[in-house]
Design a protein around this ligand. Structure first.
Ligand code: SF4
Length: 682
């Protein structure tokens, strides 16, 4: 018989953008089991992280009291002491140096309501648009490419809709490890229902092995094959002329841009044979609906946004929008990448994708917040770092992001953060970034708070508090409110639902969303300007004034050049077992025991050529830093391509000690995937 103290609570997984929801069975602070229920996304499944990755919440490494730096050491402080210090130092810096001297970094690890409050704090209390979130490191180029073509940055339909496609094309993503429950739907449709699968990736991962066509383009050349296949389809008359005439602008201009993207040119640039590209085109022609799923293998390149636009162009040319089982699916990595952006923690956008440059939209927020908001976009994450180095930005307020591990060129980030006059970090652990802080505020993880998250398919779901907060930690929204009140703000939220209601009242796309709609297993997909639940985008036309999409007219952006001594490409990505940089899953014993060490994958060809044995200790050297790692010889990688998981089980092995400053030309998302190294055997 169950103990009276045993309870089960509905919540949402924080480990990836699929957004599985389930019930957590607990007794006091002990997690007894995680039980998936028939939620809107995952039905009855979860992956290993969702089921077994939670004991970090009881880790002895949790921060449970505010910490203040004194004589270069962190000492415990009372909340009053910490809040007084923050208010006086941030307020003082703003007064002394003016607007633009304090920057804000938000995170996809925290709830929608908390993201809303961070942008509100920046705009209302510091009169700045210098606020950004970690989508800058991953998904901004995908959003940019979609905004250029179809006018909205979200997935075209639901995760369940993907199973209805005749063909799924996965470009630069490994959903079997990054989005496991979504991948399960694709695997099932492929195996049982005749769905075709094409994978374009430099690494032969599980989905590649299952595919009907696996292409291995040279890194940074996806845009070339996408444009060549589009051109070939149009040249053969396999495109959807009626759809284009009715729904898409700039067709003639687009055909002119495609002119040079012949199959011969594509073969030369990408290394994919003409015959394979013709097979891809034929498979798109024959499919009843094509969905393209893509991830950071596309976005984290110098041409990430234009490659994303090229994906959307291909779908437009073949009439693959405006119906279930067709369309663009950028795979949001973290659980709340989508929500962080929706809530306006972006330098150019207010909540609900309203622009700071649009007078009417900005004035609505000015009226609500009682301040003037700058009509120019603020600084991105990277521009904030530049401003700190230039002495223009003096203080930073960061919530939940370990930028000293996840931003490119970690050695440079170290130098930047040590320049700050004052630095506040809210986190659940003493992250690498927090070690540069002046004040660290103990935050509560998702199991210890209420709020909402928005998954990759734009679906907002509720989480309920599973456990009491640990020690003196607090939910991020409560911390932000306490800081704001110290700074003189009249914030009086007693529950996240009140924050959500305020956000929805200012954001037309959320007009019909509220906590009653979201109660229990309820959910809401944003996507229409009248604020209705919109699982399928663009049913009433694309998001431009004339309701027509636009072909994007952009040439291929070539990858970064390196000196000849850096002759091996170091690819990087997720592992099934770990969440992102590993801050949480590293502290989950079951997960950590399965993957105790980090490694670098080396191809059998390179191992033979250089005499590298399995397990050999290698030193990888880039122009920006060096790492020591053990080799794992596998044919998942080929030639001079290496692969390093992005979770840093040991912080000394983080990929970003090797990455450099090259970035997507539109969004400044780092081109992490275009890093080259020299390999030394130790
Ligand atoms: Fe679902 Fe992703 Fe969590 Fe796995 S990590 S349970 S796929 S939300």
């Amino acid at each position: 018989m169950r103990s009276k103290r045993t309870k089960k609570t509905k919540t949402v997984c924080t480990f990836c953008g699929v957004g599985c929801s389930f019930e957590v069975w607990t007794k006091d602070r002990k997690i007894l089991k995680v039980q998936p229920s028939d939620g809107p996304v995952n039905a009855v499944s979860t992956c290993v992280k969702g089921k077994f990755g939670w004991d970090f919440v009881n880790s002895e490494e949790r921060i449970t009291k505010p910490l203040i730096r004194k004589n270069n050491e962190f000492v415990e402080a009372s909340w009053d002491e910490a809040l007084d210090l923050i208010a006086s130092r941030l307020g003082g810096i703003q007064k002394e140096y003016g607007t633009g001297s304090v920057g804000f970094i938000s995170s996809s690890k925290i709830t929608n309501e908390e993201n809303y409050l961070i942008q509100k704090m920046a705009r209302q209390l510091f009169e700045t648009n210098d606020v950004d979130n970690c989508s800058r490191y991953c998904q901004s180029p995908a959003t940019d490419g979609l905004m250029r073509t179809v006018g909205m940055g979200g997935d075209a339909g639901t995760i369940k809709d993907i199973a209805k496609a005749g063909l799924v094309i996965i470009v630069g993503a490994n959903p079997a490890e990054g989005h496991p429950v979504l991948a399960t739907r694709v695997k099932r449709a492929h195996k049982l229902h005749g769905q075709k699968l094409i994978v374009s990736d430099i690494r032969k991962h599980e989905m590649a092995e299952r595919s009907d066509i696996f292409m291995r383009p040279k890194q940074g050349t996806d845009q070339v094959w996408l444009m060549a296949v589009t051109k070939y389809i149009i040249d053969q008359g396999w495109h959807d002329e009626a759809f284009i005439q009715e729904n898409v602008n700039f067709y003639d201009e687009f055909k002119a841009v495609l002119d040079k993207y012949t199959l011969e040119y594509a073969e030369q640039q990408t290394g994919i044979s003409k015959e394979t590209l013709i097979q891809v085109a034929e498979m798109i022609r024959d499919a009843d609906g094509t969905c393209v799923l893509w991830g950071m293998g596309v976005t984290q390149n110098t041409g990430g946004s234009y490659t994303s636009a090229a994906i959307s162009n291909l779908l437009l040319a073949t009439g693959n929008y405006r119906r279930p089982g067709a369309g663009a699916y950028p795979l949001r990595g973290h659980n709340n990448v989508q929500g962080a952006c929706d809530m306006g923690t972006l330098p150019n956008l207010l909540p609900g994708y309203q622009k700071v440059t649009n007078d009417a939209e900005r004035e609505k927020f000015e009226k609500a917040y009682g301040v003037k908001i700058k009509p120019e976009p603020g600084r991105t994450n990277m521009q904030m770092l530049d401003a700190i180095m230039e002495g223009k930005m003096k203080a930073m307020y960061l919530v939940g992001e370990d930028m000293a591990l996840v931003d490119c060129d970690a050695n440079h980030v170290d130098k930047v953060l040590s320049q700050l006059e004052f630095f506040v970090v809210q986190d659940i652990f003493l992250s690498r970034t927090a070690q540069y802080a002046d004040v660290i505020l103990p935050a509560a993880p998702s199991l210890e708070k209420e709020g909402t998250f928005t998954n990759t398919e734009r679906r907002v779901q509720r989480l309920y508090q599973v456990l009491p907060t640990l020690g003196e930690s607090k939910a991020d929204w409560e911390i932000l409110q306490a800081v704001a009140r110290r700074l003189g703000a009249d914030w009086n939220y007693s529950h996240p639902s009140e924050i959500f209601d305020e956000m929805a009242s200012l954001s037309p796309i959320f007009a019909e969303a509220n906590y009653d709609v979201l109660a229990d297993w309820g959910s809401f997909c944003w996507g229409s300007l009248d604020g209705k639940d919109t699982p399928l985008l663009y049913e009433d036309g694309f998001n431009f004034p004339d309701k027509k999409a636009r072909f994007a007219l952009h040439d291929w952006v070539q990858p970064v050049e390196y000196e000849a001594q850096y002759d091996c490409l170091i690819n990087n990505g997720r592992m099934l077992e770990h969440f992102h940089e590993g801050n949480m899953t590293n502290k989950s014993k079951g997960i950590q025991s399965k993957v105790p060490e980090i490694f670098v994958e080396v191809s059998p060809e390179l191992a033979k050529e250089r005499g590298i044995e399995d397990g050999a200790l290698l030193r990888l050297v880039s122009p920006y830093g060096a790492l020591k790692l053990n080799a794992l010889i596998t044919d998942r990688v080929q030639g001079k391509e290496l692969f390093l998981p992005m979770n840093s089980v040991s912080k000394d092995s983080a990929i970003n000690f090797l990455t450099g400053p090259a970035a997507d030309i539109n969004t400044s998302t780092p081109a992490y995937k275009q890093t080259k190294v020299r390999v030394e055997i130790l």
